[in-house]
Design a protein around this ligand. Structure first.
Ligand code: GLN
Length: 289
């Protein structure tokens, strides 16, 4: 006899609970409904909907992945960030609500949102920081770089999907090779670099340690390696009075501000995420007002 949607969700949530998943019913409902091409409200509207064998199998396979701690966003292949949908892959970080702090802080610091600003995003991943900013800055254009070709391709696809392809460009490039790219000097440089200390990665949630790409997490022995190379490279190509916005990890604000000052930039503000953790630093280049 065919299984109903409600039965499939009940079964799935039992399995996820046994696997120690935080909110098993939420994930079960989301996976089942989304794999049926609907939103989670489908369960309320049509709990007795009978599933085909193929549908039931697809849901089971997804639930097995979630039980192995793969995040729902990776199983479904997409994540919402700044109310926009981003596709992700194995070589991109899963966009986090924490990183919306940076988008908000940059927007709040810009005197004129309609200006033709030039933006650069370092280690762009899915492109979420650059594309969220472009979605709010109608005349801005930007470049996102990443050392991963798969990330660059994903970001470009996201730009096209979001209708931002004409104002966004993505390049396979390392900040170690300089940032005097076409478009420089930059009015805004943003980055969410790897900032977890190498020795702490194994202790992160299995969803992070097992599925986010190591290259997007690992900031070296003290977590600050990326800032050491990225900040001087960015300082060299910031427009006069331009803005550098960096996501940082817990407790890193002071050390990173030290690196900003040493590179000739002036720390402007720290912004906290919803958990109250200082998550983003803003600094201005020389020649600003
Ligand atoms: N925000 C991620 C985490 O703490 C880390 C991302 C990064 O290193 N940039 O899980």
């Amino acid at each position: 006899m065919a299984v109903t949607l409600a039965e499939a969700v009940a079964q799935a949530s039992k399995r996820l609970a046994a696997a120690g998943i935080d909110d098993p019913r939420r994930d079960a409902r989301l996976l089942a409904c989304r794999l049926l091409g609907a939103g989670p409200e489908l369960l309320l509207g049509q709990p007795d909907k009978e599933l085909s064998a193929a549908e039931a199998e697809r849901i089971e396979a997804a639930v097995a992945r979630r039980a192995a701690r793969e995040p729902v966003s990776r199983i479904l292949g997409e994540r919402e960030f700044w109310s926009l949908s981003f596709a992700l892959n194995a070589e991109t970080l899963d966009p986090r609500p924490d990183s919306e702090t940076l988008v908000e802080a940059v927007l709040a610091a810009l005197p004129e949102r309609a200006a033709p600003l030039r933006l650069l995003d370092l280690g762009t991943g899915t492109g979420c920081l650059l594309l969220a900013l472009l979605s709010e800055l109608p005349r801005a254009s930007g470049t996102g770089i990443d050392v991963s070709a798969a990330a660059v391709a994903q970001a470009a696809a996201n730009a096209a999907r979001l209708g931002l392809g004409e104002r966004a460009r993505f390049l396979e490039h390392s900040w170690d090779d300089g940032l005097a790219l076409e478009g420089a000097p930059w009015d805004v440089i943003a980055s969410n670099p790897p900032y977890i200390a190498s020795g702490e990665i194994a202790g992160l949630a299995p969803e992070v340690a097992g599925y986010d790409p190591a290259a997007a997490l690992d900031g070296g022995p003290d977590g600050l390696d990326a800032y050491r190379s990225l900040i001087p490279a960015a300082a060299a190509v910031l427009a006069p009075g331009g803005l550098l916005a960096l996501e940082i990890g817990r407790g890193q604000a002071e050390d990173v501000e030290g690196l900003l000052t040493a590179a000739g930039l002036t720390p402007l503000r720290r912004a906290a995420d919803l958990a109250g953790i200082e998550r983003c630093l803003l600094a201005v280049g020389p020649g600003g007002a």
